[in-house]
Design a protein around this ligand. Sequence first.
Ligand SMILES: C[S@@+](CC[C@H](N)C(=O)[O-])C[C@H]1O[C@@H](n2cnc3c(N)ncnc32)[C@H](O)[C@@H]1O
Length: 281
Amino acid sequence: MTTVSPDQIYEEVQARYGRIADEFKLKVQNDAACCDSEADYCGADLYDTDLTTLPEDVTGLSLGCGDPITLAGLEAGQTVLDLGSGGGIDCFLAAERVGTSGHVIGVDMTLAMLEKARHNQANLGVTNVEFRQGFIEDLPVENDSIDVVISNCVINLSPNKTAVFRETFRVLKPGGRIAVSDMVTQGRFTPQERADMSAWAGCITGAEDVADYVAAMKTAGFTEISVRDKAEPDVELAGTPQDTGSARLFSARITAVKPPTSSDDAGKLGKTELLPALDQL
Ligand SMILES: C[S@@+](CC[C@H](N)C(=O)[O-])C[C@H]1O[C@@H](n2cnc3c(N)ncnc32)[C@H](O)[C@@H]1O
């Protein structure tokens, strides 16, 4: 059986997205159109969101598989974390929604992507966004500090999804939530298919079966987990057995909640449920 180490996966994924960022930079300099064959799923048309506020320099390097911004329903003042922020498209869209009283952090492991994102930020003059280099399995982010975690076509690339969800849970405030677009499967890829590093880095064979994906989220502590096929959003898949023998790959909308702490619950109860007790004083 062919086995691939996590380090090989990180190297392959980093090399691919570094190459895409560098090629895109050259294309912009030469005023050529995006995208090349490797980035042939460049996805600005994936969004229900209005993208006209952003320049082609940002929307042209959209490598996602969905629209986490619409899914997240962000509000002014929130702190948002984008896992695998790439050229920054979702960070800039999130920054518009949370406003100057909010804050957005993008984390990415690939230096060329971070450089591109920071260059875009300087051009846009946006001050409520920052980009940090790091791994989504070991986030450079404080405990209990984030209202909403978003991500677009990144978690499937990780060789350790359990660590990604553990870290995501750690950094969310109690009551915080995730709104993620990601590639998942119904049915599992074979070990041979998983060993195809080019397909893994291309957001295909790293994708996890929905049941395994949901199990990793539950292990981390998430509740109210929902997984829906982007093409069939009315059908809930989180609770259904998936293993169909071969893997059906699709783009999913994934949401979940970090439960509020019991003191938060007590705070919510305070105004109503505690009133009769106060009346008896
Ligand atoms: C498919 S691109 C998506 C980029 C961006 N979310 C978008 O929608 O355009 C994947 C990005 O995730 C980053 N990435 C992949 N695995 C990562 C990991 N384990 N830790 C941090 N970043 C990672 C890559 O460097 C790349 O920029």
